[in-house]
Design a protein around this ligand. Structure first.
Ligand code: C2E
Ligand code: MG
Ligand code: MG
Length: 751
């Protein structure tokens, strides 16, 4: 600040405008006459003035304070000269603004050099004493007046000191309060004069960065050069926003470099002020927010990671996917792919070894999968036993398949978990990531490929393709149409004969009812829709319909003379799980008039596995009703011999894959199953007999019950009945006639 600026600032502070000056004159009762009187007498005062100045310096020189200031002859002479000038001016005037400025300027200088107010007053007292003497030296009361002056001036020194001390005290109190508050807040302070680029920071501000204030530069560069490069644009923007009036306060968090080189999270708060000349000063605080940031970061991390494996979770995966898709849209981007990994039969581990072991398996799987990745790739746990891998920066999509294969190989090695040694396999769906897709489409594509890998037999990977997509769409369309199929009367039953084979030809023992769906001009086989019916729960209503329809039909054939004909119906596990299944079946048998021992219910091994006790109870009830039970597709599931003993079974159906196989192993298995069934007292039915040599084999093994295209394909009731012969065999069964040519030439899938 220039001395002129300081002076203006001082006047503003004192409030010394024209009114104030006038009021001060009025308080002293200063009249025009006073000025005239003084100026008229001024000429006579030269001598007393000189005397006074001499006396003054002599007097002050006796006190150590003033004596210390006036230690040189030349200074003393200069001071005496200006004192004379001043006191003469006191008589002559004029008392204009220039006079006022002069007084204030000298006051400022005196304050700076350390002239104390009491010396001032001592000088004025001496001056008045000298003037008194010059004017009224002969007056008898002159000495009294001089004494009065001393007493008054003493009081004046007291008054001035009291005011000054009280003001200083108030200021100190407020400063102390402020300092205490700052210490409590533990904040650093800064004050930045923008136009002059002068930055002041408090001790604490510097200490936060492990620096001393002196080590910092003066300008804002000292501050900004320490801000983290990623955060600097944001901080500048926040400051500009406040300077531009867009924000009421500066309030911004950023990282700043400490002496050690690491970064500290701080919050800067501040506000700008414009002084009278429009110059800007911004000042505020700096708070260490690193502890809060650390907690926030922990929370952020916890929200985006799986606590068990420490891998990214769905939320994080979604973020990563979006980032990758954005990068893919840039020109020259390399390929990226998603792998959807699902463990095979993980539920079995959980159910048999407990969730704790299951958890450890998941952790180990996570570890092995991550070992197959490169630094830029990501692995997330999608949920349960599902993992998703995001591969970026691929030269071609075939690279993703290599990673999938590495993962399958990596998982294949046995895992040692506690006392268990386990071999875990997974199925993987591989899908390229397309820039045009969104995150959920990409996941869907990989999931679809995974489904394909599972269907194809698990423990392998499958790649997403357009055809897969089309097939899935068709499946979806089918599923939605399936909801209406029963009401639209689109289901139909075909029947396939189950025969007793004799040397002179086959005799008809029973028929198996097989469900077909007439839809869109096609006859859709059950493999394409039974699982959908099971998933949606519709199988319950459809299953009831099948049972009722089949029982009715077979009862009608019985009444038409085939009195020993048996009716086989396939059951789904959900049907068996119904509490009232036995009651409903009893109703159907009553309504249709079919005897319970004419009905064979076919179930598969996997159904038996699902809910053992409930299934066991239902099957026992059915057994006591007189209904026969057949174990279908035997040999393809777990083939646990325990089931054969535990469940009340009557019939074993050897799966067609064994009958079909001409290799020695298949023949050996067929032979073993037939022997096993017989020794357990079960009837054995061979499924899928298509050729004469299979028939010979069965006859050789003394397996007398068979089913297959060799006798007849499954046919609508009206067609099948044409094969029912009149002639009865030894057991009273009727002969089954060979299929006429017109049957075999018809295309199977047409209605
Ligand atoms: P399944 O119970 O093992 O039925 C035998 C399947 O083998 C039938 O297939 C039949 O057409 C076929 N088959 C019979 N003989 C031969 C042969 O000589 N060669 C060949 N290659 N195949 C033969 P379909 O009708 O496609 O039924 C497939 C499966 O769908 C059935 O297997 C059964 O598990 C299920 N299913 C059929 N109808 C129903 C039903 O009403 N309810 C339930 N829950 N499942 C059903
Ligand atoms: Mg069956
Ligand atoms: Mg079967």
């Amino acid at each position: 600040m220039t001395s002129e600026e300081t002076l203006i600032e001082l006047m503003r502070r004192i409030g010394l405008d024209r009114e104030e000056v006038d009021e001060r004159h009025r308080l002293l009762d200063w009249q025009r006459d006073d000025a005239l009187r003084l100026s008229r007498a001024a000429n006579d005062m030269t001598e007393p003035h000189q005397r006074f100045v001499e006396r003054l310096y002599e007097h002050l020189g006796a006190f150590p304070g003033p004596a210390g200031l006036i230690n040189e002859e030349s200074t003393l002479a200069r001071l005496k000269h200006s004192q004379l000038e001043y006191y003469e001016r006191l008589w002559r005037g004029p008392f204009d603004r220039e006079y006022l400025n002069g007084r204030l300027r000298i006051g400022l200088i005196h304050q700076v050099v350390g002239v104390e107010p009491k010396w001032y007053l001592a000088a004025y007292r001496l001056y008045l004493d000298e003037m008194n003497d010059a004017l009224f030296g002969d007056h008898p009361q002159a000495a009294t007046a001089a004494s009065l002056l001393k007493a008054v001036f003493f009081d004046m020194t007291l008054a001035i000191d009291t005011y000054g001390a009280a003001q200083r005290r108030a200021l100190e109190d407020s400063e102390a309060r402020f300092a205490r508050a700052l210490r409590g807040a533990n904040d650093g302070l800064w004050d930045w004069h923008l136009e002059h680029d002068r930055l002041y920071v408090s001790e604490r501000w510097a200490q936060m960065l492990d620096l001393s204030r002196d080590a910092l530069g003066e300008g804002c560069a000292a501050w900004f050069s320490r801000v983290h490069p990623d955060d600097l644009p944001g901080l500048r923007q926040a400051i500009d926003g406040h300077l531009g009036g867009r924000t009421a306060l500066l309030h911004h968090e950023y990282r700043i470099r400490r002496r050690s080189g690491d970064y500290l999270w701080v919050l800067a708060r501040g506000v700008v002020e414009h002084d009278q000349d429009g110059q800007r000063r911004m000042a505020g605080s700096q708070t260490d927010v690193s502890a809060r940031k650390a907690v926030e970061e922990q929370l952020r991390h916890a929200a985006r990671h799986d606590p068990l494996t420490g891998l990214a979770n769905r939320l994080r995966l979604d973020e990563l996917l979006k980032q990758t898709l954005q990068q893919l849209r840039k020109p020259g981007a390399r390929d990226a792919a998603l792998l959807f990994v699902d463990l095979d039969r993980f539920k079995l581990i959980n159910d048999s070894l407990g969730h704790h072991t299951g958890d450890q398996v998941l952790v180990e799987v996570g570890r092995r999968l991550s070992q197959c990745l490169r630094p830029g790739d990501h692995l997330a746990r999608f949920g349960g036993d599902e993992f998703v891998v995001l591969l970026t920066d691929l030269a071609c999509i075939a690279d993703a398949e290599q990673v999938a294969q590495r993962m399958l190989d990596g998982l294949y090695h046995p895992m040692h978990i506690g006392e268990h040694t386990l071999v875990v396999s997974a199925s993987i769906g591989v899908a390229p990531l397309r820039a045009s897709a969104d995150a959920s489409e990409a996941l869907q594509a990989a999931d679809l490929a995974l489904y394909r890998a599972k269907q194809a037999g698990k423990a392998q990977f499958a790649r997403y393709s357009q055809e897969l997509q089309a097939a899935a769409r068709r499946q979806l369309e089918l599923e939605s149409a399936l909801g209406q199929a029963l009401e639209q009367d689109e289901f139909i039953l075909h029947y396939q004969p189950i025969c007793r084979i004799e040397q002179d030809g086959p005799y008809l023992v029973g028929v198996e009812a097989l469900l077909r769906w007439r839809h869109g001009g096609q006859l859709i086989p059950p493999q394409e829709f039974i699982s959908s019916l099971e998933e949606s729960g519709q199988i319950l209503r459809v299953g009831d319909w099948v049972l009722r329809q089949a029982c009715q039909q077979v009862r009608a054939w019985q009444q038409a003379g085939h009195d020993q004909l048996r009716c086989s119906v396939n059951l789904s596990s959900r049907q068996l799980q119904q509490d009232d299944f036995v009651a409903r079946l009893t109703d159907i048998l009553m309504d249709t008039g079919l005897a319970p021992d004419s009905l064979v219910l076919e179930i598969t091994e996997s159904q038996l596995m699902r809910d053992c006790t409930a299934t066991l109870i239902a099957l026992r009830e059915l057994g006591s009703l007189g209904v026969r039970l057949a174990l279908d597709d035997f040999g393809t599931g777990y083939s646990s011999l325990g089931y054969l003993k535990r469940f009340p079974l009557h019939i074993l159906k050897v799966d067609k894959s064994f009958i079909d196989g001409a290799d020695p192993e298949s023949l050996a298995i067929s032979r073993a199953i037939i022997g096993l069934g017989r020794s357990l007292g079960l009837e054995v039915v061979a499924e899928g007999v298509e050729r004469a040599e299979q028939l010979d084999f069965l006859l050789g093994e003394n397996c007398r019950l068979a089913q297959g295209y060799w006798f007849s394909r499954p046919r609508p009731a009206a067609e099948l009945v044409q094969l029912f012969g009149e002639e009865r065999g030894a057991d009273g069964f009727r002969r089954l006639m060979p299929e006429p040519r017109s049957f075999t030439s018809r295309r199977e899938r047409q209605i």
